[in-house]
Write a protein of this length. Structure first.
Length: 350
């Protein structure tokens, strides 16, 4: 039994990877401990991660309450700052949350961003919004029953950096021109001042063969028969319930790292980040608390697909987003808005 009056020296047993490739390692551990004990200062080029989101209702993968989220994240934030190189980036994919019982949003993911910048010294290199066209209209109570909110279809993706000058190039993630841009290039554009005062020079019509993407990422999350899923099914393993699509980490790994750089995912889950990094020849480290998720993650490395699966899925994919006015003249605005903001649930009319 421990004697309370004595002081003991604790020895941390170095965690060993539970899985390795020539360039990657998976650890099954608390990533905070792993960072504190095993990751050196300024050793990582990119931290690409999707932490457990702050939720009002707990999910199976260890989420933290939105209220306590920022406090919980502080130790991680300090370690992220320490292990990143000066040229490095921290990319956090994080979903929003609704406040319990009312149609208002939690501020936790904005508070997280502000804490990381104001207290930890990170810089906001740019904010991205990941729009998943396949998202369902939830929460049903506010969106489809009372009809007082719209579909929440974006996750925030905070791209933070240790200095204002992280290494990066948008040339790595160019996309095809939109049809309207192709039209402009074909038919010409008269150089002139825009109403905003911007001077659009004739350089605007130079055909650079590809466009610089915006900070809105259109990417459905609809994987249904991937080799990871088949591996899990064949081996009766749990599929991770909150995976991001591989194109999300791929975009940032391509833009922010070179071959041979090191990518770390401290909340690795099913190790999507590791799989992409392996394919793109970046060194990688993934860590997750759950043995169950890691068991499935190992299946990603049985045979790494070198044929750019994400590109094959992406060819010709353009997602439609309607102009908000598309139906304004057809929709009734004579029915008065509910003065109580929809607080009283209306009786169903058939
Ligand atoms: C949103 S999921 C990440 C999913 C992952 N991006 C994927 O696509 O599979 C968050 C993960 O963080 C893990 N996690 C939570 N706290 C952790 C900690 N302290 N150390 C390591 N992993 C942790 C959970 O087990 C969960 O798998």
């Amino acid at each position: 039994m421990l004697d309370r009056n004595k002081s003991y020296a604790y020895v941390y047993v170095m965690a060993k990877p539970v899985f390795k490739t020539k360039i990657g390692k998976i650890y099954c551990d608390d990533s905070l401990k792993l960072m504190k004990n095993q990751l050196k200062d300024s050793s990582i080029d990119l931290i690409m991660t999707s932490p457990p989101f702050g939720l009002v209702r707990k999910k199976s993968y260890g989420n933290v309450d939105a209220e306590d989220y920022v406090e919980w994240f502080k130790d991680f934030g300090n370690q992220f700052h320490r292990i990143l190189k000066d040229s490095g980036s921290l990319v956090i994919d994080i979903g929003g949350a609704w406040n319990p019982g009312q149609p208002t949003r939690s501020l936790y993911h904005f508070e997280l961003l502000i804490m990381l910048c104001k207290e930890m010294g990170f810089h906001l290199a740019q904010e991205f919004y990941w729009w998943s066209p396949s998202k369902l209209p939830t929460p049903a109570e506010w969106v489809t029953v009372r009809r007082i909110r719209v579909k929440d279809a974006v996750n925030c993706v905070w791209w933070l950096s240790k200095t204002p000058w992280p290494k990066s190039s948008n040339k790595r993630i160019l996309v095809p021109y939109s049809s309207s841009m192709k039209h402009l290039l074909k038919n010409g554009y008269k150089a002139k001042k825009r109403p905003s005062g911007h001077d659009i020079s004739d350089k605007f019509t130079t055909n650079n063969k590809a466009a610089i993407p915006p900070n809105l990422i259109a990417l459905p999350n609809t994987e249904s028969n991937s080799s990871y899923q088949r591996f899990c099914r064949e081996n009766e393993l749990v599929e991770h319930p909150a995976r991001f699509p591989s194109s999300l980490p791929e975009m940032f790994i391509r833009m922010l790292t070179d071959k041979g750089d090191t990518v770390f995912d401290p909340f690795g889950g099913s190790c999507v980040t590791g799989e992409v990094a392996e394919r793109l020849k970046r060194k990688w480290i993934c860590c997750d608390l759950s043995e169950e998720y890691i068991a499935g993650a190992k299946g990603r490395f049985n045979e790494v697909d070198k044929t750019l699966p994400s590109k094959n899925n992406a060819l010709g994919k353009v997602y439609e987003l309607n102009h908000p006015a598309a139906m304004w003249d057809e929709l009734d605005d004579n029915e008065l808005l509910q003065p109580d903001g929809g607080k009283k649930r209306k009786k169903k009319t058939s």
